[in-house]
Write a protein that binds this ligand. Structure first.
Ligand code: PRT
Ligand code: ZN
Length: 286
Protein backbone atom coordinates (compact mmCIF):
# COMPACT_ATOMS: atom_id res chain seq x y z
CA UNK A 1 0.00 0.00 0.00
CA UNK A 2 1.24 3.47 -0.83
CA UNK A 3 2.18 5.69 2.11
CA UNK A 4 -0.25 8.52 2.89
CA UNK A 5 0.25 11.42 5.24
CA UNK A 6 -2.66 11.76 7.67
CA UNK A 7 -3.46 15.38 8.46
CA UNK A 8 -5.91 16.49 11.17
CA UNK A 9 -7.95 19.61 10.37
CA UNK A 10 -10.80 21.44 12.10
CA UNK A 11 -14.14 19.89 11.12
CA UNK A 12 -16.08 23.13 11.48
CA UNK A 13 -15.27 26.54 12.86
CA UNK A 14 -13.09 29.46 11.98
CA UNK A 15 -10.13 27.55 10.52
CA UNK A 16 -12.09 24.98 8.52
CA UNK A 17 -12.85 27.00 5.40
CA UNK A 18 -9.39 28.55 5.00
CA UNK A 19 -7.76 25.17 5.61
CA UNK A 20 -9.78 23.44 2.90
CA UNK A 21 -9.24 26.37 0.52
CA UNK A 22 -5.49 26.14 1.10
CA UNK A 23 -5.51 22.41 0.32
CA UNK A 24 -7.62 22.97 -2.82
CA UNK A 25 -5.32 25.73 -4.07
CA UNK A 26 -2.38 23.42 -3.40
CA UNK A 27 -3.97 21.01 -5.89
CA UNK A 28 -5.30 18.63 -3.25
CA UNK A 29 -8.95 17.74 -3.64
CA UNK A 30 -10.87 16.75 -0.51
CA UNK A 31 -14.46 15.69 -1.12
CA UNK A 32 -16.52 18.37 0.57
CA UNK A 33 -20.13 17.45 1.25
CA UNK A 34 -19.21 13.96 2.33
CA UNK A 35 -17.76 15.04 5.67
CA UNK A 36 -16.79 11.69 7.07
CA UNK A 37 -14.27 11.68 9.91
CA UNK A 38 -11.53 10.42 7.61
CA UNK A 39 -11.40 11.34 3.92
CA UNK A 40 -8.81 10.32 1.34
CA UNK A 41 -7.61 13.21 -0.78
CA UNK A 42 -7.49 12.90 -4.54
CA UNK A 43 -4.34 13.64 -6.58
CA UNK A 44 -2.08 13.66 -3.50
CA UNK A 45 -0.99 11.00 -0.94
CA UNK A 46 -2.92 12.56 1.93
CA UNK A 47 -5.81 11.58 4.15
CA UNK A 48 -7.72 14.21 6.07
CA UNK A 49 -8.99 13.59 9.58
CA UNK A 50 -11.74 16.04 10.62
CA UNK A 51 -11.65 16.89 14.35
CA UNK A 52 -12.47 19.61 16.88
CA UNK A 53 -9.51 21.98 17.04
CA UNK A 54 -8.95 21.14 20.74
CA UNK A 55 -8.18 17.53 19.77
CA UNK A 56 -5.68 18.29 17.00
CA UNK A 57 -2.41 18.92 18.94
CA UNK A 58 -2.67 15.75 21.04
CA UNK A 59 -3.75 13.61 18.07
CA UNK A 60 -0.57 14.69 16.28
CA UNK A 61 1.62 14.29 19.39
CA UNK A 62 0.26 10.74 19.85
CA UNK A 63 0.97 9.88 16.22
CA UNK A 64 -2.69 9.13 15.44
CA UNK A 65 -2.29 11.85 12.83
CA UNK A 66 1.07 12.71 11.21
CA UNK A 67 0.33 16.39 10.86
CA UNK A 68 -2.34 18.93 11.64
CA UNK A 69 -3.53 22.46 11.02
CA UNK A 70 -4.41 24.35 14.20
CA UNK A 71 -4.12 27.74 15.88
CA UNK A 72 -0.74 28.42 17.51
CA UNK A 73 -2.76 29.41 20.62
CA UNK A 74 -4.21 25.90 20.93
CA UNK A 75 -0.82 24.21 20.46
CA UNK A 76 0.87 26.49 23.00
CA UNK A 77 -1.89 26.08 25.57
CA UNK A 78 -1.71 22.31 25.40
CA UNK A 79 2.07 22.14 25.22
CA UNK A 80 1.68 19.08 22.99
CA UNK A 81 4.80 17.44 21.61
CA UNK A 82 4.42 18.46 17.98
CA UNK A 83 6.71 20.58 15.85
CA UNK A 84 5.61 23.72 14.05
CA UNK A 85 6.45 22.82 10.46
CA UNK A 86 5.10 25.97 8.79
CA UNK A 87 3.19 29.15 9.59
CA UNK A 88 0.14 29.52 7.38
CA UNK A 89 -0.72 33.21 7.61
CA UNK A 90 -4.47 32.85 8.23
CA UNK A 91 -6.52 32.62 11.45
CA UNK A 92 -4.57 35.56 12.82
CA UNK A 93 -5.54 36.72 16.31
CA UNK A 94 -4.01 37.63 19.65
CA UNK A 95 -4.51 36.51 23.23
CA UNK A 96 -5.10 39.47 25.48
CA UNK A 97 -6.10 40.46 28.96
CA UNK A 98 -9.08 42.81 29.06
CA UNK A 99 -10.66 44.66 31.98
CA UNK A 100 -13.94 46.58 32.38
CA UNK A 101 -13.70 49.88 30.51
CA UNK A 102 -14.04 51.95 33.68
CA UNK A 103 -11.41 50.00 35.68
CA UNK A 104 -8.46 52.06 36.94
CA UNK A 105 -5.95 49.73 35.26
CA UNK A 106 -2.43 51.14 34.90
CA UNK A 107 -0.15 48.10 34.72
CA UNK A 108 -0.11 44.35 35.44
CA UNK A 109 0.17 44.92 39.19
CA UNK A 110 -3.56 45.81 39.03
CA UNK A 111 -4.18 42.09 38.46
CA UNK A 112 -2.67 41.09 41.84
CA UNK A 113 -5.17 38.87 43.67
CA UNK A 114 -7.83 39.53 41.03
CA UNK A 115 -9.97 36.86 39.41
CA UNK A 116 -9.33 36.30 35.68
CA UNK A 117 -11.66 34.17 33.53
CA UNK A 118 -10.16 32.30 30.57
CA UNK A 119 -10.10 29.15 28.45
CA UNK A 120 -6.30 29.44 28.25
CA UNK A 121 -5.10 28.92 31.84
CA UNK A 122 -1.61 27.66 30.99
CA UNK A 123 -0.61 30.56 28.76
CA UNK A 124 -2.09 33.00 31.27
CA UNK A 125 -0.35 31.35 34.23
CA UNK A 126 3.01 31.55 32.47
CA UNK A 127 2.46 35.22 31.65
CA UNK A 128 1.50 36.09 35.22
CA UNK A 129 4.54 34.24 36.57
CA UNK A 130 6.82 36.09 34.16
CA UNK A 131 5.38 39.35 35.49
CA UNK A 132 5.62 38.29 39.15
CA UNK A 133 1.86 38.71 39.59
CA UNK A 134 -0.38 36.36 41.55
CA UNK A 135 -3.99 36.12 40.43
CA UNK A 136 -6.83 33.61 40.58
CA UNK A 137 -7.47 31.91 37.27
CA UNK A 138 -11.05 30.86 36.66
CA UNK A 139 -11.33 28.41 33.76
CA UNK A 140 -14.46 28.64 31.62
CA UNK A 141 -15.09 27.35 28.12
CA UNK A 142 -16.93 29.71 25.83
CA UNK A 143 -18.46 33.16 26.35
CA UNK A 144 -15.48 34.34 28.37
CA UNK A 145 -16.28 37.93 27.37
CA UNK A 146 -19.40 38.02 29.58
CA UNK A 147 -17.54 36.92 32.74
CA UNK A 148 -16.90 40.41 34.12
CA UNK A 149 -20.39 41.68 33.28
CA UNK A 150 -22.03 38.92 35.34
CA UNK A 151 -19.61 39.35 38.26
CA UNK A 152 -17.76 36.09 37.68
CA UNK A 153 -14.34 37.73 37.28
CA UNK A 154 -12.48 41.06 37.46
CA UNK A 155 -10.74 40.57 34.12
CA UNK A 156 -10.72 38.17 31.20
CA UNK A 157 -8.00 36.59 29.08
CA UNK A 158 -9.26 35.63 25.62
CA UNK A 159 -8.78 35.64 21.88
CA UNK A 160 -9.14 39.05 20.23
CA UNK A 161 -9.30 39.67 16.53
CA UNK A 162 -11.08 42.88 15.49
CA UNK A 163 -11.72 43.86 19.12
CA UNK A 164 -15.43 44.43 18.56
CA UNK A 165 -16.46 41.66 21.00
CA UNK A 166 -14.53 43.49 23.73
CA UNK A 167 -16.13 46.81 22.86
CA UNK A 168 -19.66 45.41 22.88
CA UNK A 169 -19.01 43.90 26.31
CA UNK A 170 -17.64 47.14 27.76
CA UNK A 171 -14.13 45.77 28.00
CA UNK A 172 -10.74 47.34 27.35
CA UNK A 173 -7.73 45.39 26.05
CA UNK A 174 -4.81 46.07 28.39
CA UNK A 175 -2.14 43.41 27.76
CA UNK A 176 -1.38 41.53 24.55
CA UNK A 177 0.17 38.29 25.73
CA UNK A 178 0.62 36.39 22.48
CA UNK A 179 0.08 36.66 18.73
CA UNK A 180 -1.33 33.62 16.99
CA UNK A 181 -2.05 32.27 13.51
CA UNK A 182 -2.85 28.90 12.01
CA UNK A 183 0.18 26.62 11.79
CA UNK A 184 0.98 23.31 10.13
CA UNK A 185 2.20 21.02 12.89
CA UNK A 186 3.88 17.65 12.53
CA UNK A 187 4.71 14.61 14.53
CA UNK A 188 8.46 14.97 15.25
CA UNK A 189 9.39 11.38 14.32
CA UNK A 190 7.89 10.93 10.87
CA UNK A 191 9.20 8.22 8.56
CA UNK A 192 11.33 9.41 5.63
CA UNK A 193 8.46 8.76 3.20
CA UNK A 194 5.98 10.79 5.25
CA UNK A 195 8.51 13.58 5.76
CA UNK A 196 8.85 13.77 1.98
CA UNK A 197 5.09 14.18 1.57
CA UNK A 198 5.09 16.85 4.30
CA UNK A 199 7.92 18.71 2.53
CA UNK A 200 5.98 18.66 -0.75
CA UNK A 201 2.95 20.05 1.08
CA UNK A 202 5.05 22.86 2.60
CA UNK A 203 6.57 23.59 -0.83
CA UNK A 204 3.08 24.07 -2.29
CA UNK A 205 1.90 26.19 0.65
CA UNK A 206 4.95 28.43 0.25
CA UNK A 207 4.25 28.92 -3.45
CA UNK A 208 0.71 30.07 -2.59
CA UNK A 209 1.84 32.31 0.26
CA UNK A 210 4.60 33.78 -1.92
CA UNK A 211 1.93 34.97 -4.37
CA UNK A 212 -0.42 36.35 -1.73
CA UNK A 213 -0.81 40.12 -1.89
CA UNK A 214 1.27 40.39 -5.08
CA UNK A 215 0.25 41.55 -8.56
CA UNK A 216 1.91 41.15 -11.94
CA UNK A 217 2.13 44.59 -13.55
CA UNK A 218 2.83 45.36 -17.23
CA UNK A 219 3.22 48.85 -18.70
CA UNK A 220 4.28 50.57 -21.92
CA UNK A 221 7.06 53.09 -21.56
CA UNK A 222 8.62 55.45 -24.15
CA UNK A 223 12.40 54.89 -24.21
CA UNK A 224 13.14 58.42 -22.94
CA UNK A 225 11.04 57.76 -19.83
CA UNK A 226 12.55 54.34 -19.11
CA UNK A 227 15.12 55.58 -16.60
CA UNK A 228 12.56 57.45 -14.50
CA UNK A 229 10.15 54.49 -14.56
CA UNK A 230 12.90 52.11 -13.50
CA UNK A 231 13.84 54.58 -10.78
CA UNK A 232 10.27 54.34 -9.40
CA UNK A 233 10.66 50.56 -9.42
CA UNK A 234 14.04 50.58 -7.70
CA UNK A 235 14.19 48.12 -4.87
CA UNK A 236 12.13 45.64 -6.87
CA UNK A 237 14.02 42.59 -8.08
CA UNK A 238 14.86 42.87 -11.80
CA UNK A 239 11.93 44.34 -13.68
CA UNK A 240 11.87 42.84 -17.19
CA UNK A 241 12.29 45.34 -20.06
CA UNK A 242 11.32 44.28 -23.60
CA UNK A 243 11.23 46.24 -26.87
CA UNK A 244 7.82 46.83 -28.43
CA UNK A 245 7.12 46.54 -32.17
CA UNK A 246 6.52 50.29 -32.21
CA UNK A 247 9.84 52.12 -32.51
CA UNK A 248 10.93 54.02 -29.37
CA UNK A 249 8.71 52.08 -26.93
CA UNK A 250 9.30 49.23 -24.55
CA UNK A 251 7.28 47.09 -22.20
CA UNK A 252 8.19 46.83 -18.51
CA UNK A 253 6.99 43.84 -16.46
CA UNK A 254 7.30 43.54 -12.71
CA UNK A 255 5.73 42.21 -9.53
CA UNK A 256 4.26 44.71 -7.06
CA UNK A 257 2.86 44.38 -3.56
CA UNK A 258 -0.86 45.04 -3.76
CA UNK A 259 -0.61 47.24 -0.65
CA UNK A 260 1.70 49.72 -2.36
CA UNK A 261 0.04 49.50 -5.79
CA UNK A 262 -2.11 52.66 -5.79
CA UNK A 263 0.67 54.79 -4.43
CA UNK A 264 3.15 53.38 -6.98
CA UNK A 265 0.83 53.56 -9.99
CA UNK A 266 0.43 57.36 -9.74
CA UNK A 267 4.18 57.84 -9.68
CA UNK A 268 4.69 55.43 -12.60
CA UNK A 269 2.17 57.40 -14.70
CA UNK A 270 3.88 60.63 -13.81
CA UNK A 271 7.21 59.11 -14.81
CA UNK A 272 5.73 58.33 -18.26
CA UNK A 273 4.29 54.80 -18.07
CA UNK A 274 1.10 54.15 -20.08
CA UNK A 275 -1.37 51.30 -20.58
CA UNK A 276 -0.70 49.85 -17.14
CA UNK A 277 -2.11 46.31 -16.86
CA UNK A 278 -2.46 44.53 -13.52
CA UNK A 279 -2.84 40.75 -13.36
CA UNK A 280 -3.38 38.42 -10.41
CA UNK A 281 -0.61 35.98 -9.50
CA UNK A 282 -1.81 32.54 -8.54
CA UNK A 283 1.39 30.85 -7.40
CA UNK A 284 5.00 31.91 -7.08
CA UNK A 285 7.80 29.34 -6.80
CA UNK A 286 11.00 30.93 -5.60
O1 PRT B 1 -15.54 23.44 17.50
P1 PRT B 1 -14.08 23.63 17.71
O2 PRT B 1 -13.61 23.25 19.08
O3 PRT B 1 -13.29 22.98 16.61
O4 PRT B 1 -13.82 25.20 17.50
P2 PRT B 1 -13.72 26.38 18.59
O5 PRT B 1 -15.08 26.93 18.76
O6 PRT B 1 -12.96 25.95 19.78
O7 PRT B 1 -12.76 27.40 17.85
P3 PRT B 1 -13.08 28.48 16.71
O8 PRT B 1 -13.54 27.82 15.45
O9 PRT B 1 -13.91 29.61 17.25
O10 PRT B 1 -11.60 29.07 16.50
C1 PRT B 1 -10.56 28.27 16.02
C2 PRT B 1 -9.28 29.08 16.01
O11 PRT B 1 -9.44 30.25 15.20
C3 PRT B 1 -8.83 29.66 17.34
O12 PRT B 1 -8.18 28.70 18.16
C4 PRT B 1 -7.87 30.76 16.90
O13 PRT B 1 -6.60 30.21 16.61
C5 PRT B 1 -8.49 31.23 15.58
N1 PRT B 1 -9.18 32.54 15.68
C6 PRT B 1 -8.90 33.63 14.92
C7 PRT B 1 -10.20 32.88 16.50
C8 PRT B 1 -10.53 34.23 16.22
N2 PRT B 1 -9.70 34.66 15.24
C9 PRT B 1 -11.59 34.87 16.98
N3 PRT B 1 -11.86 36.04 16.76
N4 PRT B 1 -10.88 32.19 17.44
C10 PRT B 1 -11.87 32.78 18.13
N5 PRT B 1 -12.25 34.08 17.95
C11 PRT B 1 -13.38 34.59 18.82
C12 PRT B 1 -12.92 35.02 20.21
O14 PRT B 1 -12.97 33.95 21.09
C13 PRT B 1 -13.93 36.08 20.61
O15 PRT B 1 -15.10 35.52 21.14
O16 PRT B 1 -13.98 35.71 18.28
C14 PRT B 1 -14.25 36.68 19.29
C15 PRT B 1 -13.39 37.90 19.16
O17 PRT B 1 -13.43 38.38 17.90
P4 PRT B 1 -13.38 39.97 17.64
O18 PRT B 1 -13.17 40.07 16.15
O19 PRT B 1 -14.69 40.52 18.07
O20 PRT B 1 -12.21 40.52 18.41
ZN1 ZN C 1 -12.21 24.26 20.18
Amino acid sequence: MNTRLRIAVQSKGRLNEDTLRLLTEAGIKVEAGRRALLVEARKFPLEVLFLRDDDIPQTVADGVADAGIVGMNELTEQGARAEVAHRLGFGGCRLSIAVPKEADYTDVSWLENKKIATSYPNILQRFLESQGVHAHIHVITGSVEIATGIGLADAIFDIVSSGSTLVSNNLREVEVVMQSEAVLIAQPELSAEKREILDELIFRFKALQGAAGKKYVLMNVPKEALDSVLHELSGIKSPTVMPLAQEGWCSVHTVLEEDSFWEKVGRLKEAGAQGILVLPIEKMVL
